[in-house]
Structures are given as C-alpha cells and as structure tokens.
Design a protein around this ligand. Structure first.
Ligand code: F0G
Length: 448
C-alpha cells in the first residue's frame, strides 16, 4: 500500500501532516515541507514508464509527468485511480536530453558526454508545466477552486493556462513585479486570462504578498514553496535518467532563482537512490545570475545543511537585508529564494556546487545555443555558462557525463535577442540585419 505524508524537512522537528492539507510550512518550526512516501513498488518503474510512452491512447501516459506517476503517488491518498490527475492534455513534460555540438564545444567538453534538455518546449514555454500538473492535481484533490502565484512571468503563464484548461472550475490570480517581466511572458500571462496584479515592487515583494494573501484568503498557492509542485518537477530528472538509458549522469547543471527546481532534482535522485533504483547520485550545479546571487554568496561564506543543524535566524536576517536583485535574466531576478534550505540539503545530498553567471555571459551562451538551431531564454543559458566555468575550473572533468537543463523558451524574452543581435552594442555573436535599398542590384550585391 502506498502512503504519502507531508514531513517537515528539519529532522530535529520531523513534524508530519496529512497530504490533505495545503500547508506550505511546518506549524511547529516554520520549516519547508516534503512529500514523503512509503510502499512505492520500485520493481517495475522503468518498464512501466517505457510502456506508457509507447501507449499513445491514454492522455496520462502521454504526459511526461504522469508517465512517472508511480514515483509521485501523493494523489493515491485521495482516490485509488488516475482520473483526478490534471494535465494539459498530455502535453507537459514531453522533453528529453539531446546532444548539441556547438554548446558542448563552447564548454570545452566532448559532445558525446553532454546532453541538454529543453524544458522551454513545454506547452507554456517553461519547465513550470511539470510542476503545475502536480500542484493542480493536489488543489483539485482538496476541492480548491482559486489558485494564485507570484511570478517573473513563466509560473504565471503556466498557472493561468492550467486554470484556463479547467474551464470554469478554477480561477487564477497572478502577482507580478511592476516592470519586472519580459514582454513575451507578460503577453502569454495576459492571454490565458487570469487576474493579473502588477505589484509596485519586484518578485521578492510579490512573493511575500502572495503568501500573505493565500493564507488570509484561503487561496491555493502554486509557487515552488508548495511541496506538491516540486513533485511534478522531479520528473524532469526521471526523463533525464530514461533518456540516458537509465544511467545516472555525473553532473546536472541548472539555473537557480527561487531554488525550487534544483531542490526537486535533488529529491528525485535521492528517492531513486533510496528505492534502490540507482547506485550513485549525480552532482548538481546551480547557477545564479551574478546580480541575484544570494545563494552563491551564502554558500561561498560556508552555508551548509549539516543534517538540518543550521542557524536559521542568521539566514533569515541575511535574507531580510538582501540587496535588491538586478539582472537582465529577469526569470531569476530573485534574492530571497523560498527554497533556500531545501537547496542547501540538495547540495549535501549530491555533493553539489553553486556558481554564477554575468548578464553578458548568459547572452553570449544563449547565442551559442541558437547557433545549434535551438533556443532558450537568457536565464536558462546560465546553465551553459556554469558548465563552461566548472569545466575551466577543473571541477567538471572531460570524461564526466553532464546534463544541462534549459528552463525556458527562446521567445519568452524577445527583447533580449533583438538587443543582442540588432542593438547599438556589438556582441561576439551579434547578427545585425543588413539594411539595403529596395533595388535588385543592391540586394544581389549584399548577398555576395
Ligand atoms: N529558469 C526560468 C526560465 C525560470 O522561469 C525560473 C523561475 C528559473 C529558471 C528559476 O527556477 O525558481 O526553481 O530556481 N521562474 C519563476 C517564475 C520565478 O515566476 O516564473 P527556480
């Protein structure tokens, strides 16, 4: 019998709660919560996932999230069947790792050892759809009909699309920082028709406000502080594992903002290991934007999980006094990451590292990805910057198998691309349009 429960992540507290609760924090010690399982049948995980992938008739088997539902069976507490699983018609999570020659060369790594997974190819243009499938499933399980989030633009679009797809059964409100959102993301968010509140502040401000509002108004919170959302994001790693023919890579590299994704990745590998399905852990590298690098700084200063024995007052003070984040990679313009403690724990589990990327480095790496015929937004390109840096520092070795996750779609931030290629400033890989008179001779001459 599978059993799921919410546990406080701090072993010293270890308070437990029913999964039929929308608590995002431990009532005893305010710690973050994990969904924990007993009784998962590990024997048929690989076969089931593959069988389901071949089966194109059932919507939940087509979903890259629900194909792995036996590894996130929190919903079984509520109903003994799959009918309540929320999906964008099976479209979320249909991603897998691929090779990109130019990007691997750019990082000075042999292409055959490097894979990239484009989570921007999810229906709403980012990895968030993986998490939202699970969070909406949980919201429905609790009978909730109003959901909310704070966002730099991708979470908001995903929440809005999932709510819209539930037709009139689910309302969504999204809180965005005033002027802190790329236009492509604002456009897709508005388009899916949630209530959009533009808060006079940045993401960190919007995040604090939405947490207060969710609590006071009883609205279901879909940010990554919600442990069920991270259950969905675990499947990003399940697909990496499957894509590498069930081999565990040496490294997974991912950008860090609110630190939900890297925490979900750590949990995914930790669980596979505990279930005896794998025999090693990958190392996880988290890449902050240099202008939003509180996590990087605190780890540099010696922050470690230490089995949960951390001085939370010190860190809470550090976050209260954190400088305003400032980066061109607006997706990760975050200096008060809500999943800080889970991310610290992930570093301990995976012998992980944290690095940082400047805006120019991200824009250049983004252009390198484009030169392979693929695309991602600037924040996602932090992955390639980090890979290159860690290779240059000798931390990633040439023989290591490395997987980079690109988190968002190229067109989420079209302004960044136009500035890079056609703006005043020339960058290494700029592709300026050539201005020609409307005459055949001039056009032919320009083509030579
Ligand atoms: N990459 C992209 C494209 C993102 O949109 C985000 C977060 C991240 C990376 C960071 O992931 O928070 O799990 O560390 N975007 C959130 C949003 C904040 O509102 O769309 P994380």
């Amino acid at each position: 019998m599978v059993h799921a429960q919410l546990h406080c992540i701090f072993p010293q507290c270890d308070s437990r709660y029913s999964v039929n609760s929308d608590a995002n924090a431990c009532t005893e010690c305010a710690g973050l919560l994990d969904v924990k399982y007993t009784g998962i049948d590990a024997s048929s995980v690989k076969e089931l996932a593959q069988l389901r992938r071949m089966n194109n008739t059932k919507v939940h088997d087509r979903s890259g999230v629900w194909r792995f539902r036996h590894l996130l069976p929190f919903y079984l507490e509520h109903a003994k069947k799959d009918d309540n699983l929320v999906t964008l018609d099976g479209m979320e999570g249909n991603t897998w790792p691929i090779h990109l020659t130019h990007a691997a060369e750019y990082a000075h790594l042999p292409s055959e050892n490097v894979w990239f997974q484009f989570e921007g190819n999810n229906p709403t243009g980012s990895f968030k759809d993986n998490g939202m499938a699970a969070a909406f499933t949980h919201a429905k399980m609790l009978g909730r009909t109003y959901v909310a989030c704070a966002s730099t633009g991708n979470t908001s679009a995903s929440v809005a699309a999932f709510a819209a797809n539930e037709l009139s059964q689910m309302r969504a409100a999204v809180f965005i920082g005033d002027g802190k959102i790329a236009r492509g993301k604002l456009a897709k968010t508005l388009a899916y028709n949630p209530k959009v509140l533009q808060i006079a502040g940045d993401f960190d401000d919007a995040m604090s406000r939405v947490q207060e509002v969710a609590k006071s108004e009883g609205i279901y919170l879909t940010n990554s502080v919600n442990p069920f959302r991270l259950e969905g994001q675990k499947t990003i790693m399940h697909r990496v594992w499957e894509g590498l023919d069930w081999e565990v890579p040496d490294w997974v590299v991912v950008p860090g903002g609110n630190l939900g994704n890297c925490s979900a990745f750590g949990k995914a590998w930790h669980e596979l290991y505990e279930l005896g399905l794998t025999t090693k852990m990958p190392r996880i590298a988290v890449i902050n934007a240099q202008g939003a690098n509180m996590f990087y700084q605190l780890v540099q200063q010696g922050a470690v999980w230490n089995g949960g024995k951390v001085n939370r007052e010190d860190y809470n003070r550090a976050f209260a006094n954190a400088p305003k984040a400032h980066t061109r990679a607006s997706a990760i313009e975050i200096n008060k990451p809500v999943n800080f403690y889970k991310a610290l724990r992930m570093l301990e589990w995976t012998n992980g590292v944290v690095s940082e990327a400047t805006d120019d480095e991200m824009l250049e790496a983004q252009a390198v990805v484009n030169r392979n015929g693929y695309g991602c937004e600037p924040a996602s390109a932090a992955t390639l910057v980090g890979m290159k840096k860690l290779r240059a520092e000798g931390i990633i070795r040439p023989s290591d198998k490395v997987v980079g996750i690109f988190t968002g779609h190229l067109l989420n931030d079209a302004e960044a691309l136009i500035e890079y290629h056609a703006g005043e400033r020339k960058y290494q890989f700029s592709n300026q349009p050539v201005k020609v008179p409307n005459s055949l001779d001039a056009i032919v001459a320009a083509l030579r």
